[in-house]
Design a protein around this ligand. Structure first.
Ligand code: FAD
Length: 194
């Protein structure tokens, strides 16, 4: 059984099984090290392309790392931010990479539907909430997303934020409709089992 005390996802995951360690010597075409999203997605991507001779090695248990304890928000883009992406790569490469992340959101949706993955998906967008009383950064980000990548994040002023979030804390927000939330550990462990 995986430990339940790490976080909400570990406490509520559907599959708590620990799999047997690899014993003896195994010959394989592909060996993937690490049972997080990167490793499991690589294995699944290979399987979908007909490569079956794959071994996935994990030193603890599937989802023990960041993939089993993250926010569970699925949306396009990179943590380093759009402006840094553009500055480092230039417009064309940055756009190509950004578009790839948007396609991967759709790929995740497709895989959840195709494999009927039980992962508590809530596919109704994500709000980037602003708690500063200044909209300049939000509006700037909205403009860059549209101009550089053709992505439309909807601006929510204070009144519209209140309609959606019953809290005084947030001043405004950007709504990304092409985004979802899921139980990342359920998603990952389902994927790794198959
Ligand atoms: C608090 C937090 C919140 C986040 N929120 C989000 C979010 O909302 N949305 C989002 O998209 N991203 C989010 N992220 C980022 C996301 O979780 C990571 O980018 C992603 O999980 C990385 O996956 P990974 O497979 O590269 O690494 P990991 O999930 O860390 O997997 C690596 C695995 O490799 C294993 N391993 C390491 N060394 C070895 C070895 N030598 N032999 C065998 N196994 C080994 C580890 O045990 C581990 O299980 C968040 C991250 C954190 C920390």
């Amino acid at each position: 059984m995986i430990a339940e005390d790490h976080n909400y996802y570990h406490a509520t995951v559907r599959d708590k099984a620990i799999y047997n360690p690899l014993a003896g010597r195994v010959d394989t075409k592909v060996c993937i090290v690490g049972g997080g999203f990167a490793g499991a997605n690589t294995a699944l991507g290979l399987a979908e392309r007909g490569v079956r001779d794959v071994v996935l090695l994990e030193s603890h248990y599937i989802g023990r790392g960041a993939s089993g304890r993250n926010g569970g928000f699925v949306f396009g883009g990179f943590s380093l931010g759009e402006e840094t992406l553009l500055a480092e790569l230039g417009a064309d490469k940055a756009r190509a990479l950004y578009v790839g992340t948007v396609a991967s959101v759709e790929l995740i949706r497709e895989r959840i539907a195709r494999h009927a993955i039980e992962c508590s998906m809530e596919d109704s967008g994500v709000i980037l909430a602003n708690w500063f009383r200044n909209d300049a950064a939000m509006l700037r980000r909205q403009r860059i997303l549209k101009d550089a990548f053709g992505i439309e994040w909807e601006y929510l002023d204070r009144a519209r934020m209140r309609e959606r979030i019953h809290s005084e804390r947030y001043y405004s927000g950007l709504f990304e409709p092409n985004a979802l939330h899921f139980h990342p550990l359920d998603y990952l462990r389902y994927r790794a089992r198959r």
